[in-house]
Ligand binder design. Structure first.
Ligand SMILES: [Zn+2]
Length: 438
């Protein structure tokens, strides 16, 4: 039996396209798209009623472990700079995580993502008190909701040499696990926190693991000026020198943020063709400044950096941030960020994401957004920035399975899961409050 979505404005992101008609899904793939696609006897039919249908969105850089942080207690002392924000807030939160809260965080983050039409998350995880098996816990949380993930554990020396070894081992274990499985649902990258909390040998070890498993390193880079400053003061070399020497600067890698890349850094990043993930709301929240997105040569990824998974909201924030900063970036480049997210996920997962065409993954978002002005490939950016939002997401399929139907989560007692999470979060916050400032 096939599933057919009919009477749709079928949008593609990679490349930007709009086709009126239907989408036929058989198994986990799209098999036909266009005006002649209608349900046959025995097919399940979903009537889009003339609304936009688009591919499941991808979050290009996030931290699912932050999903239970909403409203968490303030640190005992107010941070005065980015390094203190990390030490007082995020590095205490990640130390409070245990296996139960990691899985629950991922499950809640996945539910939030599903409701926003985000079906794949490229995650960057840290839980220093529970490293071994943590990526399996995240996978389990995502699987509870039926989403896809590209996962890694962020290696860092901030919890000692044992933490480095355990982080590398977790990346290696999970990458080996993914390599032995059928492509599609989950894939690994090799995670690294940031160069300023790692020795040269640890950066090189991450790059070597990535090379062995045919992937890249996912690492925070120049989120704040302290990254380069601490590299020079403590590790004897500039940030980009160290990344280049380690072998991390290559197309398969993801550099999170790039907020403080200098002109010379940008030249080297552009020459290497490495991907940079832009996270405008997080950058504003952490007061770290604005990434030079107009000077990055290749398409940029877009991520929420743990502030939910609403890619419509992140796209809109990216646009308004650029306008506010008086940076001239054409609207199409923002749609290209969503396309690049899909491309990065497709490369890791081995399935085509970001387009609704025969052979592509059947990750489909049915909205109730019926545009009141012409919607074409040329006007798509305007509709994505000023029209569509997560509130329009009605029904979501992942790999051909309906996971959200008419705004109801399928196969999961969502209110029950959220109530249970609240108790787990309460216990996690208690642990957090017992962790002293680093
Ligand atoms: Zn991040």
């Amino acid at each position: 039996m096939a599933t057919v979505i009919q009477d749709a404005l079928v949008v593609g992101l990679d490349p930007a396209s709009v086709i009126e008609g239907g989408v036929r899904i058989e198994g986990d793939r799209v098999t036909a798209v266009g005006p002649g696609v209608c349900p046959s006897a025995g097919d399940e039919s979903i009537d889009a009623r003339g609304a936009v249908v688009l591919p499941g969105l991808v979050n290009g850089h996030t931290h699912l472990y932050a999903a239970l942080a909403t409203g968490m207690p303030a640190p005992p002392r107010a941070p005065t700079n980015f390094h203190e924000i990390l030490r007082y807030v995020w590095w205490r939160l990640d130390r409070a995580l245990d296996a139960e809260s990691i899985r629950t965080s991922a499950r809640i983050g996945a539910l939030d993502a599903l409701r926003c039409g985000t079906t794949t998350l490229i995650d960057h995880h840290a839980s220093p008190e529970c490293i071994a098996g943590s990526l399996d816990a995240i996978e389990a949380g995502l699987s509870d909701v039926g989403l896809r993930g590209v996962l890694c554990y962020e290696v860092t020396e901030r919890n000692g040499r044992d933490g480095v070894a355990a982080g590398l081992a977790e990346n290696e274990r999970y990458a080996a696990r993914c390599a032995g499985r059928r492509a599609g649902r989950f894939a690994a990258m090799i995670g690294a926190h940031a160069a300023f909390t790692m020795r040269d040998e640890d950066l090189a070890a991450c790059a070597a693991l990535a090379h062995r498993f045919g992937g890249g390193v996912h690492i925070h880079v120049a989120e704040d000026g302290c990254d380069d400053a601490i590299c020079r003061a403590t590790h004897g070399g500039g940030l980009l020198d160290r990344l280049a020497a380690s072998g991390i600067l290559k197309i398969e890698s993801i550099l999170g943020h790039g907020t403080h890349l200098t002109a010379d850094d940008l030249r080297r990043v552009n020459a290497s063709n490495v991907r940079v993930a832009h996270n405008p709301r997080s950058n504003m929240n952490n007061r770290v400044g604005y990434a030079p997105i107009d000077r990055l040569a290749r398409p940029i990824l877009l991520g929420t950096d743990g502030i939910g998974a609403d890619m419509f909201a992140e796209l809109r924030a990216a646009w308004f941030k650029a306008c506010d900063a008086r940076v001239a970036v054409p609207p199409d480049r923002f749609v290209a960020m969503l396309a690049e997210n899909a491309r990065a996920a497709s490369e890791r997962l081995g399935v085509r994401i970001g387009a609704l065409e025969p052979g592509a993954a059947a990750d489909v978002v049915v909205t109730d957004y019926v545009p009141a002005s012409p919607l074409t490939a040329g006007s798509l950016a305007g509709h994505l920035i000023f029209g569509l939002s997560a509130t329009h997401v009605r029904t979501v399929l992942v790999g051909g399975q309906v996971r959200l139907r008419d705004r109801q989560v399928v196969g999961l007692d969502e209110p029950g899961v959220r109530r249970e999470a609240r108790e787990i979060a309460r216990r996690m916050w208690e642990r957090l409050e017992r962790i002293t400032l680093g």
